[in-house]
Each structure stands twice: as structure tokens, then as C-alpha cells.
Design a protein around this ligand. Sequence first.
Ligand code: NG1
Ligand code: ZN
Length: 540
Amino acid sequence: MDEKILAASAKHPIVAGQVYKYGTAGFRMKADLLPGVSFRVGLLSGLRSRKLNGQAIGVMITASHNPASDNGVKIVDPMGEMLEQEWEAYATRLVNCPSDQDLLETYKALAAQLKIDVNAPGRVVYGRDTRPSGHGLVVALAAALGATNTEHTDYKILTTPQLHYLTRCVNTEGTPKSYGQTSEAGYYQKFSDAFVRALRGKKIQGQLTVDCANGVGGPKFSEMLKVIPKLATGFDVKVVNDDVLRPEVLNLEASGPVACGADFVKTKQRAPQNPKPVLGVRCCSFDGDADRLIYYWIDPDTGFFMLDGDRISSLAASFIGDLVHSAGLEDDLRIGVVQTAYANGASTNYIEKHLQLPVVCTPTGVKHLHHAACQFDVGVYFEANGHGTVVFSQEAMRIFRAKEPQSPAQKDALETLAAVGDLINQTVGDAITDMLMVEVILAHKGWTLKDWAMTYTDLPNRLVRVEVGNKDLFQATDAERRLSHPPGAQDEIDHVVRKYTSARSFARASGTENACRVYAEAATRSEADELANKVAQIVK
Ligand code: NG1
Ligand code: ZN
């Protein structure tokens, strides 16, 4: 096997002089730097599978909302979660080996250190988004899996959440914990069935425009629409920005270099211009790999209004909280909401004070949020950028099905909860199933986006990206709300924040780019802008 690994590695070399790090989104960079990385991730995912008694490991090739020329490689654990943190360091170690020989030795040393039999059975499943570079990266990945006799299945082009779904299915199909059929068709069937059941005969009102960022979400969502009964649900959708044949328009509007998709809508706080938005129409955007979702509409009177991850989170928490109450389960189940420091303070206040639900704050990155959410029976977690889901414990799902209802209202609540639990992708944030959940909740509440937006008023806020020489000098603590390094920086931030009313600001190093991010919120827009700029000056 050693010879095979050496020979295959020689065909997929690493780019010398480059430092690689497994970050929040795996390895993500210009695609031409990645074939060697993908090969080495193949070696590591095979090891991980062997360590976990041959359970299948997933690998997703995507760079989400980043430009079409970028790509990324990310490892998915057996139940569809993000790779265990300790293994991120092993991935970084393996990928940075300077030579093929060094790689082989490190591979064997890791196996010995972790007590892994490299000849035991291993299995890896993988998929990629629509980026043209994905194909070459898959070839490199498969070469490593072949050289190490790791069984592998290429699921071809998928959304990121579909790959997470398939990974969990492979490992549970045929067991009592089965998550669904291990196929793309199984994904569509599972979630569209749950969508119909969760609606409980209610009809969705008005048309929904879905901007797919010219990414993989376009064709995949169109596939799903084929199995959703339009008449029974009233689900009337206009899919836009779904051109995946011209890779250069990924995350861009078809007409040229203007961005579209969830990341654009959230960061620029405006609607994609193409096709021209229709006043008052309910719209949402996915990002390039369909794991983020943002809703918005253009109000005839007040203009653009956006409903981001914080809003989706509070909507889901409110709906599920009411159902748990109606089902008479409030003493049996703990519902909680998980946010990051980027959540708007008004949303945190609304959830704690109005919905009376606990809020936990974790560092950025869904692995942290997911983990914290799993501590509740029902854990709602979303990043403000629209990435998130709701996780239900096995026990919660069992109770929804097993509890004997005491009234027709209780029966209705229990059945709705069971359906909503099935509707929301439990493995990871999924723009498609999150969108179906939002549509279900709006239909149940009889709400327009404006009704939803009226629940609370966001504090004006500003997020700025600051170029810094070395972002690693910035170390954060307290769920990234305070800087412990460089010394003195946090005192300076505290000092300027104190000058504003209802203000909050923090700075942290990005986990995905070589930059710092500064977030500020304050009572007025101009104060939020001013505060963000002052804090940016401190970290510059
Ligand atoms: P970084 O670059 O660490 O701020 C960004 C997003 C995260 C998360 C990751 C992974 C913000 C402020 N940060 O992380 O929420 O989604 O990318 O994609 O949106
Ligand atoms: Zn994404």
C-alpha cells in the first residue's frame, strides 16, 4: 500500500510554500491550490472512517458563497456533523507535509498514534457543488481512497446539506435510527412528505421568489419542486438566478459582476437587482451551496427589509415553543436558542424576555452552535447570516409520537411537532428545508413577511472587515465577545463603547479569511457606523 500511496500522491502534489489550515469551513482557497489538499483529505477521511469502525465519512467540495475560482474541502462525521475538532489538527498536519515521503510517514504515524489499523475496512462518500474545479478535486480525492483501499461513493453534484444528509443515511439505513433513504431522491421524498404533513391542510399564501445564487441550490430545489404537490400546499414558487451552466456567474447575477445570493443580501442589506424585484413580493436567497437562507421583500412604503438568521431563529423558537405548550409538554422538554455574538441584541432580548426561552452564545462556526443546541431537547440555532437549523433530541421525537393526547388541540400540536421535527434537516443548516419550515410557520400563523418583521425592531448595526498584518495576533475570549490579545485592545474598545447608548461592539479574527471583523450596534444607524469605524481603527 505504501507504494500505491506514494505513486498516487506524486500525481496530486501540494503547492510548495503554502501554509494550509483546516478552518471553520475546512480548507478553502483558490481552487488551483487544492488538488494536493483534496488528496490528503482523502487519506485522512479514510483514517477517520477506520477509527470509527468503518462508519462512512463524508467529504464535501465547495466554497459556498466565495467566488467561482475558489473551492474548498470539508470533512463530515458519520451522523452528518462537522468533523470532530481534534481531527482538524490532524488534517492540518497531514496536508502540510512537505513531501510525498513525509506524507506517508505522517499518515502511518497518525494511524499508530490513534491506534488505527490501516487495513481495516473504511468508507467515504462525497459530493461537490457546481464549481468547474470540483471535478479535478474529486479525482484527487478518489485517488487517495483508491490507494488506501477505502470503499467510496461519488454522489456527484449536491448541495452541502444533501451530502450531510446522505452521510447520516449511509450510516443509519436499516437500523432503528434510520434517517431516510440513502439517495438524492430519498432526500426530496423525506422533506417534501414532512412539508405536506407539517402544513396540516393549511395553504401557503402568495408567490415566493427564490434566488439560488446561480449555485447548486437552483437545480436541486427544482428537482424537489417536482415532488411537492402544488395544489395541496398552495406552494407557488418562482426560481430565479438558477443558471449553473455558466460557472462564472456563481453567486453573481446572470447579467454581470453584481452579486446575488444570501451572503450578498445579508452583507449589503439589499435585494439582488436581477430579475427586478417586485414590490411587496415574498423573496428569499440561498448561498452558493444552499446552506444559508435570508428572506426579504421590498415594501412599497419603506423599501427593502430583510429577515436574517436571527429572525428565522426567533420565528422557529416562537412557533415550536407555542406548540410544545399546546401539547402540554412544557415541563418535559427544554427548548433553547443558540446564537453567536453577531446576533442582533434586539433578537436576543425578544427571545429571552418575550418568548421566555434561554439563549446561549457560542463562538462563530456552526460546529459550536450545533454542539450547544444538542444540549437542549429542542435546540434552535442560527448564525445571523442565515446558516442554522433546529435539532430535536431522540427523546423529544419519541414523545411527540408516543404521548397520548388529552384533547384534539393536543393531538394537533403533537402531530405538527412530529412533522416539523421531520421537516428540518437535523444534520446541518439547510437552506431548502429551512425555507420549507419558514413557509409552514407563516402559513400556520397566517403571517406576511411584514407581520413577521413586526415582532421586534433590530438595533442598527454595522459589520466591517479590517485588513490586518497578522490576524493571529487577535485572540478572543467569552464566546468571542472580548479580545484577550493584543494586550490593551479590549480596554480601548470598552472605552469607546461606553460613549454610546445601548451600544455593543467587538472585534475578532475571521476563521475563514486573513482579516479581522468588527461588529457594532447602537441606538441609531449613524452611531453604529461611527462606533464600528472607531473600533476598526483600534484593531488596524
Ligand atoms: P468568519 O470568517 O470566521 O467570520 C464566516 C461567518 C460565519 C460562518 C463562517 C463559515 C460572519 C460574521 N462570519 O466566519 O458566520 O458562516 O464564515 O462559513 O458571518
Ligand atoms: Zn454555504
